[in-house]
Design a protein around this ligand. Sequence first.
Ligand code: NAD
Ligand code: ZN
Length: 348
Amino acid sequence: MHALTFHGIETIKYESVPDPEIESPGDVIVKVHLAGICGSDLHVYHGREKGLDAGTVMGHEFIGEIIESGKEVRKIKKGELVFSPFTTNCGHCFYCRKNLPCRCIGGQLFGWVQNGVGLHGGQAEFVRVPLAESTLLPVPENVLAEEALLLGDIFSTGYFCADMADITPEGTYAVIGCGPVGLMAIVGARELGAERIYAIDTIPERLALAMKFGATCIDYQKEKPLTVLRDGTAGGGADAVLEAVGSPAAARLAIDLVRPGGIISVAGVHNEEHFVFSPAEAYDKNLTYKVGRCPARYYMERLIPLVQKKKYDLTAIISHRLPLAEGVRGYKIFAEKLEGCTKVVVRP
Ligand code: NAD
Ligand code: ZN
């Protein structure tokens, strides 16, 4: 089959690799219809996140059709259109029962093979899905393929980021980063009742989308977010900061913008060894800091009814729909924010 594979920093190849095969009785093979390129793929692409084997099939956002099942798979069937969270989960371990399937004891991240161990990703013609019955969900009625793709990762992640921020209608919120995840965090915050949301980025297309979803935009290269937030709030800062970047600069901005007693809710993936703020600063801000991998399988199920209502134009964030064969270019334009790129979806 053809796939997008990792070969070192900023080197993705479109190449021929062996087809995946059923390895365990709980596996299925999915014929991929759509796959997303995610900001998380960029950490690997730029070499900030290390350890991935050369030749690993990239990607953890996909939807498609089951074409083959292991003999223990009964609840989902051949021919069914399914969507997936970005990690697999067993559905019954301690963490799955705690609504934290992203930390399932037997779970694996798609698109992560290290020292020969792990799971290939979904930016390919086919993908093997272990623990398939508890990981995959059939695409429900009135949910578009692209909406299901977003539910599997970034819509769930953005909503999770907002959910950790204890949103109230009276509060003031700052979303740092208006990539796909930040934009979905704005939608999540709106849905949870936020009325005052400041969205911070510098890329015009992304700020325009943030505005479309109901936020007030701050281009941080033109005005100081701290000044805007200080002037605009009684508490001298945001009740919660939703950080959707994953960099030391964004972390620094978050601690500066949050008011004493506020929350920093972090969806951005961090690869640094140390916090950019000190324990003393956290103490002096009476800070609550929440961070981590989104339990996407939990949110996917919960957010289906919201997607079915079509209240938000989620797929408006997808700027590029490319054939899988053009995926290498997809990485380049998404990484370098070229051609007004906000989100890339590839089609095998
Ligand atoms: P992206 O790279 O498209 O978006 C990041 C945005 O942040 C860009 O628009 C960029 O201009 C902006 N930005 C960069 N530095 C900034 C700064 N200092 N201040 C304000 N804005 C700044 O990526 P994405 O797909 O939106 O993903 C965002 C983050 O979410 C990544 O770190 C990704 O790994 C992470 N993520 C986490 C989870 C999870 O489970 N927690 C899931 C998916 C993605
Ligand atoms: Zn992702």
